[in-house]
Design a protein around this ligand. Structure first.
Ligand SMILES: Nc1ncnc2c1ncn2[C@@H]1O[C@H](COP(=O)(O)OP(=O)(O)OP(=O)(O)O)[C@@H](O)[C@H]1O
Ligand SMILES: [Mg+2]
Length: 238
C-alpha cells in the first residue's frame, strides 16, 4: 500500500470573485521509502500539493489517502491527529519555537502525541544525535546556525516516526555548503532508516540527490521518474 495516494486532486483558491486554479486533477502515489523531489516553476502548485497531502488545507475535489486513510472524510480534530502521528513537516523558515531549546522543540511534538516525559526526553536526544546535534540540545534556536536550526526541524519531524516527511524548500535559506550537508543528512536518514521524504524544491543539488523526480507545471504532474541518485560525496555539476 502506498503511503500517499492522490486521485484527481484539484485545488482552486478563491480570491474575491476569482477562482485561482492551483492543482488540476493530480494523480500521484508516494511509496514507502521514496526519496522524492517535487520540482517545478514558481507558482506551479508545489506548496499547494504538499499542504493538501499534509492535511494543512483541503482539496476542492479529489481524494487523498494517507496510509490508507481517506483524509477528506476526517473532521478538523481527526485531521490534526493524523497530521501529528503520520506527517513530519520541514519548512523553509525552520518554524522553531524561539523560547524553547532544541530538545524542548522536539519534545513539544512528542508531548502533543501523548508521549510520557522520560520517554520523550530520551527520544528527543536520540533524534538530535541522529541529525548530528549531540551536545547542542539545550541551545535555543537563536544560538544555532541556520543549518543547525534546520537540523532541529528535521529532528522534530522525525521524532514521532511519521509515515512521511514533507519538506517545502528545506534548503532555500541555507548557503550551498550547509544545504549540501542537509540533503546528505536527509539522504542518509532515508537510506539507513527508510524514512520517506517528499521535498518541494528549486535546488538542483537537492534534485540531483533524490531517487524519484516529480515535476509539476501549471498544477499538473508532467514528469515522474525514478533515477539513480548521485552518490554521497559525488560532485554535483549543478
Ligand atoms: N492562499 C492562496 N490564495 C490564492 N491563491 C493562492 C494561494 N496560495 C497559492 N495560490 C496560487 O496558487 C498557485 C500555486 O501556488 P503554490 O504556492 O502552490 O506554488 P509553488 O509551486 O509552491 O511556488 P513557489 O516555487 O514560488 O513556492 C499560484 O498561482 C499561487 O498564486
Ligand atoms: Mg512554494
Amino acid at each position: 500500500m502506498s503511503i500517499v495516494e492522490c486521485q484527481g486532486v484539484t485545488k482552486q483558491y478563491r480570491q474575491g470573485t476569482f477562482e485561482v486554479p492551483a492543482l488540476h486533477r493530480v494523480d500521484l502515489s508516494i511509496e514507502r521509502g521514496d526519496f522524492a523531489s517535487l520540482a517545478g516553476p514558481s507558482g506551479s502548485g508545489k506548496t499547494t500539493l504538499l499542504n493538501m497531502i499534509g492535511g494543512l488545507d483541503r482539496p476542492s475535489t479529489g481524494s487523498i489517502r494517507i496510509d490508507g486513510c481517506e483524509i477528506s472524510r476526517l473532521d478538523g480534530d481527526a485531521l490534526a491527529a493524523l497530521r501529528l502521528h503520520k506527517i513530519g513537516f520541514v519548512f523553509q523558515a525552520y518554524n522553531l519555537i524561539p523560547v524553547l531549546s532544541a530538545r524542548e522543540n522536539v519534545e513539544f511534538v512528542l508531548q502533543l502525541i501523548g508521549m510520557e516525559r522520560h520517554q520523550r526526553t530520551r527520544r528527543a536526544k536520540e533524534v538530535l544525535r541522529d541529525v548530528g546535534l549531540e551536545g547542542l540540545e539545550e541551545r535555543r534556536p537563536a544560538r544555532l546556525s541556520g543549518g543547525q536550526q534546520q537540523r532541529v526541524a528535521v529532528a522534530r519531524a522525525l521524532a514521532s516516526r511519521p509515515a512521511i516527511i514533507l519538506a517545502d524548500e528545506p534548503t532555500a535559506n541555507l548557503d550551498s555548503k550547509t544545504a549540501e550537508d542537509l540533503i546528505r543528512l536527509m539522504s542518509h536518514l532515508n537510506e539507513v532508516s527508510g524514512v520517506t521524504f517528499l521535498m518541494a524544491t528549486h535546488d538542483a543539488r537537492v534534485i540531483a540527490r533524490t531517487r524519484r523526480h516529480i515535476v509539476i507545471t501549471d498544477g499538473r504532474v508532467v514528469a515522474d521518474e525514478y533515477r539513480t541518485a548521485r552518490r554521497l560525496g559525488e560532485e554535483c555539476a549543478a
